[in-house]
Write a protein that binds this ligand. Structure first.
Ligand SMILES: NC(=O)c1ccc[n+]([C@@H]2O[C@H](COP(=O)([O-])OP(=O)(O)OC[C@H]3O[C@@H](n4cnc5c(N)ncnc54)[C@H](O)[C@@H]3O)[C@@H](O)[C@H]2O)c1
Length: 251
């Protein structure tokens, strides 16, 4: 993978799924640029960026167009080409996330859709001209896109929109050799997941009922991301790839 230039968006700390991906890509020889949400997050992400010798480490709040522009200006100046984008970003306001979907506010829904879904379109548009030799774009989804999962609430419709977007983006960019896929991991104890009620119960249920009887690890998601980043997966696009020990097949 030594020839790959990768941008990983969504590292908040060492438990982040994005970090699992960045670490494995780095171990396999890729150059990995990281972003951080804000100054508070930077404190936690900075040592991780150092650990993988990230050649680029810049702020990116996906709701801030100036930061996005500055990031891609720098990527263009330093690399001139990008091969891989990993989008592992999600957010919903707590009051909207923890209530019934029927009761969620328009503002909360729009914020969740903007940060968790439309940001993929914005980043994809920004990387399109940089993926000169084709490329691989990945986002992170969850089973709640497809089935009603207790307490996933508002994020169910948001992830459904994300998965539909993956299919459309894959269709639009396929001719340029740019692939777009969603990885759908089983539940993992991250900061984003801590915002969901009764998340420990969900993890215990999955560990008990998944065919493998195991929870998914960061490294396993990273290995899948590395495969999707590589030319070995060149015929795979527009997919939602579950990495959940087979839990979703049990309905
Ligand atoms: N943890 C799970 O069980 C699980 C399962 C399936 C899918 N996912 C998905 O994986 C992705 C990563 O989440 P995670 O579980 O690693 O949690 P995490 O909290 O480590 O990562 C979420 C990231 O989103 C970033 N973010 C939030 N708002 C942002 C903004 N405005 N601009 C830029 N970044 C912003 C945060 O800074 C953080 O880095 C999310 O899309 C999540 O829905 C998580």
């Amino acid at each position: 993978m030594s020839f790959l230039n990768c941008l990983v968006v969504g590292v908040a700390n060492e438990h982040s799924i994005a970090w699992g991906c960045a670490k494995v890509l780095h171990e396999k020889g890729a150059r990995v640029a990281l972003t951080y949400l804000n100054e508070k997050t930077k404190t936690y992400v900075d040592p991780l960026a150092k650990a993988i010798d990230a050649p680029l480490f810049m702020p990116l709040d996906v709701q801030n167009p100036e930061e996005q522009e500055a990031l891609f200006k720098e990527i263009t100046a330093q690399w001139g080409r990008l091969d891989v984008l990993i989008h592992a970003v999600a957010f919903a306001p707590k009051e909207d996330l923890q209530g019934r979907v029927i009761d969620c506010s328009l503002e909360g829904f729009q914020t969740a859709m903007d940060i968790s879904c439309h940001s993929l379109m914005r980043l994809t548009k920004a990387v399109e001209p940089l993926m000169k030799n084709g490329g691989s774009i990945m986002t992170m989804s969850y089973y709640g896109a497809d089935k009603v999962i207790d307490n996933y609430n508002l994020m169910g419709p948001v992830k459904a929109a994300l998965e539909a977007s993956v299919r459309v983006l894959a269709s639009e960019l396929g001719a340029k050799g740019i692939r777009v896929n969603a990885i759908s991991p089983g539940p993992m104890a991250t900061r984003a997941a801590s915002g969901l009620s009764h998340f420990d119960d969900l993890m215990a249920k999955v560990a008990a009922q998944a065919p493998t009887h195991m929870l998914t690890s960061l490294k396993q998601v990273g290995e899948l991301a590395a495969y999707l980043a590589s030319p070995q997966s060149s015929q795979i696009t527009g997919q939602v790839i579950y990495i959940d020990g087979g839990y979703h097949i049990k309905g």
